[in-house]
Design a binder for this molecule. Structure first.
Ligand code: NAD
Length: 360
């Protein structure tokens, strides 16, 4: 089991060894560790090896900041310059909250950022400032992962949708943060690493059949042709939401969509459209908080469906995971090996790695 501070320091040192300024390294470590603590291992510390790979191959720019492309007051378009998504996301949300405080609402387009990780992290940043927010995201740079409803070949990314309303104490009252595929791509990676199945009918194999084998998603035939795709949630509705995430998060703000005319060079690029709203500007804040609390109680007090044993509101599973993982969390051995390898690539000695996260 890793202590949060222990793995945080490992990430900070790995990023700094690759040239990141201390603040950048902290922001990367903050978000990755927070994702594990929220129960989302798919977007936690296991992402570090792909970031190291991005920096080493010159695809991920260190010490980069978003630049303003369009400044229309409450409408802001930023270019993330393929820099760390943890810096781009943090600075984009900070700017969005400043603009929303001035104008009641801000629409912030962040294009061409390296991977921005768990999107709920950005909604939580807004909620901590007292703002409601919604976020539509696409994923490009590597081959598409998800098939459109009815299709057997991947045509877009796992395009997350996220929305949150703040609670009275600055934490989200509700936070919906989801991939538009039934399972996130990272969850197939984690399942393949652990040697376990994914839920039934979440992957389409190279022959167009539904399966629970995560390896079918990563299948490549001898000619290098990729097979396998993730299934969008909710049939045509989830597939349709993913399509709108693609267009609103990217095409609308000058970002790239997933078609093959856009380059694929192994980068993980996200585009994100965020709408940040100040509840004080749209109505009465106290009534807003009261309604959130009364509605939450009403939802949770429902009788249970016969095949279910609990009701949760969006964001509650993450709250539960945080309480359970506060003193540490497990990382599977394959991922730990990948972390050690990536630290070595960054130039950290075996001795230092052992001191930080132990040797196998
Ligand atoms: P998930 O299925 O675990 O949860 C989705 C949402 O449903 C969450 O808001 C959660 O609170 C809620 N939820 C879960 N179980 C619930 C229950 N029983 N009752 C009520 N609500 C419940 O999440 P996911 O779709 O696997 O996504 C995982 C993460 O991957 C997200 O944080 C997402 O932002 C991230 N992601 C990032 C990218 C990227 O490119 N950066 C791409 C895809 C996904």
């Amino acid at each position: 089991m890793f202590q949060p501070e222990q793995i945080h320091e490992f990430i900070v040192q790995t990023c700094q060894a690759l040239g990141s300024e201390p603040r950048e390294a902290e922001l990367v470590a903050d978000q990755l560790v927070a994702a594990n603590l929220a129960g989302h291992d798919s977007h936690g510390v296991g992402m570090l090896p792909s970031y190291v790979d991005g920096v080493v191959n010159g695809r991920l720019a260190v010490n980069s900041h978003p630049t303003v492309v369009v400044d229309g007051g409450s409408l802001l378009t930023l270019d993330g310059n393929a820099g760390y998504g943890q810096v781009n996301g943090y600075e984009a949300m900070s700017m969005g909250m400043e603009r929303a405080a001035d104008n009641g609402v801000a629409v912030v387009g962040l294009r061409n950022s390296y991977h921005i990780g768990r999107i709920g992290h950005w909604a939580e940043q807004c909620a901590a400032g007292g703002f409601a927010s919604l976020h539509l995201v696409n994923v490009i740079g590597h081959p598409p992962l998800v098939a459109a409803y009815g299709g057997a070949e991947a045509r877009f990314g796992t395009n997350p949708f996220c929305a949150a309303v703040p609670g009275r104490d600055g934490r989200p009252g509700f936070l919906l943060d989801m991939a538009t595929s039934i399972i996130a791509g990272g969850k197939a990676r984690v399942a393949a690493n652990k040697g376990v199945k994914v839920p039934p009918n979440t992957i389409i194999d190279v022959d167009g059949n539904l399966t629970d084998d995560p390896n079918a998603f990563w299948y490549t035939d001898p000619t290098g042709k990729r097979g396998g795709a993730l299934v969008a949630f909710g049939d045509h509705k989830g597939s349709g939401l993913a399509v709108m995430c693609e267009l609103l998060s990217a095409a609308l703000i000058g970002g790239e969509t997933a078609h093959p005319k856009n380059a694929r060079d192994g980068r993980i690029i996200n585009n994100m459209l965020s709408v940040v709203i100040d509840p004080a500007a749209t109505g009465d804040t106290e009534t807003f908080y009261d309604e959130i609390e009364l509605f939450r109680d009403f939802v949770l007090e429902s009788r249970l469906r016969s095949d279910c044993d609990e009701i949760l509101v969006p964001g509650q599973p993450e709250e539960i995971a945080r309480a359970e993982r506060a003193n540490g969390f497990d990382v599977d051995p394959v991922t730990v090996d990948q972390l050690r390898t990536s630290a070595r690539r960054a130039g950290i000695t075996d001795e230092a790695i052992g001191a930080l996260i132990g040797n196998a």
